[in-house]
Design a binder for this molecule. Structure first.
Ligand code: F6R
Length: 607
């Protein structure tokens, strides 16, 4: 949430900063701003997407060679120009951008107001710049450090002062900051996507660390003044995958990349001879893992639905007892982690604040903590004992699509790995492997139906409400399908376990309230057909996803989408694809900004 980028070097900073903001825009996009060190100092801020700021800056900004910039996801104060970052002190000498939340800002603000500071915004952030001003006596890092010691909450910040040309001070607690060090330039950003075109040498700042950047140089200390000796690491990052190619939106591109996402998730991880999965990232904890009795999966949003899928697949393939928990709830529970408990955190970004807090809580209580993360080097990836990368590639669209597919693929592999060391037979394991290997080709077949699904979106996109139902493995997919439709098309949609219909939601059904039913020919088929009958009897319209060759649903459903037949546990990897396409086309037809839906951000680094 909120994207920060900072540059000091020998090139005009404005292009580098604006380009960096565009790459970070997925983190928040309600307003943005830029400061360029120059005489006089240059500050510009704009409401709306980064393109607004770019229009404003292009002709007016000077060619100064150092600056900081920010794209905002509003927490305190509306998205206005005054609330956009960078914020300045009373003397207009200090400039600061911030990602995170200052929890004690009201107390600090009161004190600063009493001391005569004048505030220009409604944000929590502005207290930081005044605190630094209050403690500044010619040494910028010392003033930043002193200010941060008074702060409760989370921050990733970048600060510049007019009297310190070419110097940028950055610090973090709870919100990511990564440094990029080139030969004659240094950068800092909320994530590597904003640095990768400029350097492949990066340094991840840890919590409670503060760094000073000069062109081509950096030094790090902790907030309590211990010096930190950390070298750069080599970044492997595919800059080209940020390109939208011929697709009109990243979301569509990423939906179409799913066959490769699954191939990458499986690559080198299947052992046919022993019908088992190989997951190098878990080898260091193999002993503990094989002795585990309980698994708790924690995550948020789409990653939570991947976790729900995980519960079914672990229960089917292993003898573990499995719980799935929203990270935002888990972190505040009174936990009684029994011996042999493994906590698995799932996160695309690897930065989600609730998931991070949940895993820290589990770690404190002695659990083995694993991660299933997409972004290499992200905080969750670094803080877990061990884990698996999903290798979905960069996901730019704010709504998760291909990363979900990768997550559920890898959950299946993890379950296979553990299951085969217990009572899962060779035949059962091998059946799963064969089914997984067929998935990329089967997804390609489903993608060929994109036009049919677009036509269905034309028919249904004006519905005000939608119900999604599924059973067992298809229940998490119903929840995910409903989430996609609400976040992308802004259509109110509810996901339900089909068996729950008669316990309440069926009261909503009428000819204007359609239902999307996941009715695959699996062990739950007869039961979900009964649920569809009940909806049909109440004149509800039904759009059903079913298995190729199905001949019985034609009389009940108004519309059908067929997907290839596969193993019940693997079917979610297929059935979610038409739901993503359906949400995408509904969003496009309704004129929504599908890559950057309103009010959302891709990396949720605040609680
Ligand atoms: C929805 C979506 C979100 C994320 C959630 C967790 O399409 O993308 O619900 O799944 O914010 O994010 P990560 O996976 O980065 O922890």
């Amino acid at each position: 949430m909120c994207g920060i980028v900072a540059y000091t070097g020998n090139q005009p900073a404005k292009e580098i900063l604006i380009e960096g903001l565009k790459r970070l825009e997925y983190r928040g996009y309600d307003s943005s701003g830029i400061f360029i060190q120059n005489s006089p100092p240059y500050l510009a801020r704009a409401v709306g997407k980064v393109a607004e700021l770019e229009r404003r800056v292009w002709n007016s900004a000077p060619d100064g060679v150092a600056g900081i910039a920010h794209t905002r996801w509003a927490t305190h104060g509306k998205p206005t120009e005054a609330n956009a970052h960078p914020h300045t002190d009373c003397g207009d000498k200090l400039f600061l951008v911030h990602n995170g939340i200052i929890e004690n800002y009201l107390v600090l603000k009161k004190r600063l107001l009493e001391a005569g500071h004048r505030f220009k915004s409604e944000t929590d952030t502005e207290v930081l710049v005044h605190l630094i001003e209050a403690g500044y006596q010619g040494d910028l890092p010392a003033a930043v450090q002193k200010a941060l010691l008074q702060v409760q909450g989370t921050f990733g910040i970048a600060v510049m002062h007019c009297d310190h040309p070419g110097s940028i001070v950055v610090a973090r607690r709870g919100s990511p900051i990564v440094l990029g060090i080139g030969e004659s330039a240094s950068l800092a950003a909320s994530d590597v996507s904003a640095l990768a075109q400029h350097t492949d040498q990066v340094v991840y700042l840890e919590d409670n660390e503060i760094a000073c950047l000069e062109p081509g140089n950096f030094s790090i200390t902790t907030l309590d003044n211990r010096s930190v000796n950390r070298g750069t690491t080599n970044l492997e990052y595919d800059v080209e995958s940020m390109d939208r190619g011929s697709f009109p939106h990243y979301m569509l591109k990423e939906i179409f990349e799913q066959p490769e996402a699954v191939e990458n998730a499986l690559r080198g991880r299947l052992n046919h001879a022993e019908a088992v999965a190989k997951l190098g990232g878990l080898e260091s904890v193999q002993e503990r893992l094989l002795q585990a009795r309980h698994l708790i999966i924690v995550s948020c949003g789409t990653s939570f639905y991947a976790g729900l899928f995980g519960r079914y697949v672990f229960e089917t393939l292993t003898d573990l007892t499995v719980e799935t928990e929203l990270a935002s709830e888990f972190r505040y529970r009174k936990l009684n982690l029994r011996q042999g408990t493994v906590v698995l955190a799932i996160s695309q970004s690897g930065e989600t604040a609730d998931t991070l807090a949940a895993l820290r809580e589990a770690k404190r209580k002695g659990a083995l903590v694993l991660g299933l993360v997409n972004v290499v080097g992200s905080t969750i990836a670094r803080e877990t004992h061990a884990g698996v990368y999903s290798h979905a590639g960069i996901e730019v669209g704010v709504a998760s699509t291909k990363s979900f597919l990768s997550q559920i693929t890898i959950l299946t592999l993890m379950a296979l790995l553990i299951g085969r060391s217990r009572d899962l037979s060779y035949e059962e394991g091998h059946e799963i492997i064969l089914a997984l290997e067929r998935v990329p080709e089967q997804i390609r077949e489903i993608l060929k139906q994109a036009e049919h699904i677009r036509q269905l979106a034309v028919k249904y996109c004006h519905a005000e409400h939608f119900l999604f139902i599924g059973r067992k493995y298809q229940y998490p997919i119903a929840l995910e399908g409903a989430l996609k439709l609400k976040e992308i098309a802004y259509i109110h949609s509810e996901g339900y376990a089909a068996g729950e219909m008669k316990h309440g939601p069926i009261a909503l059904i009428d000819p204007k309230f359609p239902t999307l039913a996941l009715a695959l020919e699996d062990g739950s088929y007869e039961r979900i057909v009964s649920n569809i009958q009940e909806i049909h009897a109440r004149e509800g319209h039904i759009l059903a996803i079913t298995t190729e060759g199905n001949t019985t649903l034609g009389d009940l459903a108004d519309d059908l989408i067929y997907i290839p037949r596969t193993h019940e546990a693997v079917a979610p990897l297929l059935s979610v694809v038409p739901l993503q396409l359906f949400a995408y086309y509904c969003g496009v037809l309704l004129g929504r900004d599908v890559d950057k839906p309103r009010n959302l951000a891709k990396s949720v680094t605040v609680e």
